[in-house]
Design a protein around this ligand. Structure first.
Ligand SMILES: [Fe+2]
Length: 342
């Protein structure tokens, strides 16, 4: 039996083989179907043996999905975070792969979609090079000036928001399989609520006793590079694609960001999914990971929320430095990637 099917001749047929196998078709039936469709020269029995070996290999290579749902949970104060003891990736892959996701709005994130997001992190495994949390990871309703003097949602306070967000980051760490993953965190306008709150002279007296999102989420301790300047700061992936939260919120914001920055970029901010290409560069608007119908967003009119979409981006680079940006749009909290439903 072949031990490794990473580079076998029938890679392009894998999605069809897997889907026919899921329909309980036998290896021989699959072999005959592919021979008919693609004129494969192998004899049916030999081809069927090869398919059987591939299916066995594929079953064992797939990462175990993470089944634990993400919950809002209190993290014990001063509990030390376990340092990353994961092994370094053994060999460099020619293709670089980054996940860029934003606007989770913890603790109002889409719990099912976040679970699928953890699964794709785990699935990419050693092939994952980096992850960008692209702003509005937290909602920070507790520090919103809109909520000043009003009761916010029952059970929500700053400690709950930080604890829920930290719980999410620890789940991401658990899903990551090697210590070479570059972790980046952009603040968005919602994290910036902290700065606006502290600029108020009445609140500035709290000083460092009121933790910032960077401290509340223990970002440095968890190994994140952090950009706290949501309007002007950004990360650049492979010298080619800039990633920032986004500043323009108009209907055609992808076109607007490309026009203004003249660089390929990925942003979130508007909760819409869009892309705009011009002269060999492109801007991608990555959607939201929030639970769109959560009461927390009742301040938004329905007509506006109808334009929100759940999703995120996969940004890949080949060895020549060319970028390939794939928008993953969720339907019923699931998305399709590499021929698999997550
Ligand atoms: Fe947002």
């Amino acid at each position: 039996m072949r031990k490794n099917f990473e580079n076998w001749q029938h890679k392009e047929h894998e999605p069809l083989i897997l889907s026919l196998s899921e329909e309980n078709k036998s290896s021989l039936q699959i072999a005959k179907k592919l021979k008919k469709l693609y004129g494969i020269e192998l004899k049916p029995n030999s081809f069927a043996r090869l398919i059987r070996a591939f299916l066995t290999w594929n079953k064992t290579k797939q990462a175990q999905p993470i089944e634990e749902p993400v919950k809002v949970a209190k993290i014990e104060e001063n509990k030390p975070i376990q340092r990353d003891t994961k092994p370094k990736r053994k060999q460099d892959n020619e293709v670089k792969t980054y996940l860029v996701a934003g606007c989770f709005h913890f603790p109002f994130h889409n719990i099912k979609l976040f679970d699928s997001f953890l699964k794709i992190i785990n699935y990419l495994g050693d092939n994952l090079d980096g992850i960008v949390i692209n702003g509005d990871y937290l909602d920070l309703m507790s520090l919103s000036s809109h909520a000043a003097g009003q009761n916010i949602l029952p059970g929500i306070d700053l400690q709950v928001e930080y604890s829920s967000g930290l719980d999410g980051l620890l789940s991401i760490d658990k899903a990551i399989t090697h210590s070479g993953v570059r972790k980046m965190f952009n603040w968005g306008n919602h994290e910036d609520r902290y700065k606006r709150h502290m600029n108020n002279s009445d609140n500035s007296k709290y000083g460092s006793a009121l933790q910032s999102p960077t401290d509340g989420l223990k970002l440095h301790e968890l190994g994140y590079e952090v950009n706290e300047d949501w309007k002007d700061g950004y990360f650049t992936l492979e010298n080619k694609v800039d990633v920032f939260h986004g500043i323009y919120c108009n209907k055609y914001s992808a076109g607007k960001h490309l026009e203004m920055f003249q660089r390929s970029c990925v942003f979130n901010h508007t909760h819409r999914i869009q892309s705009y290409f011009s002269n060999g560069i492109a801007a991608f608007n990555g959607g939201t990971m929030a639970e769109i119908n959560n009461k927390a967003f009742s301040y938004m009119p329905r007509s506006q929320k109808m334009q929100w979409e759940n999703g995120f981006n996969v940004v890949r680079f080949d060895s020549g430095g060319n970028e390939y940006i794939q928008q993953l749009t969720a339907r019923n909290n699931k998305f399709i990637f590499d021929g698999f439903v997550f």
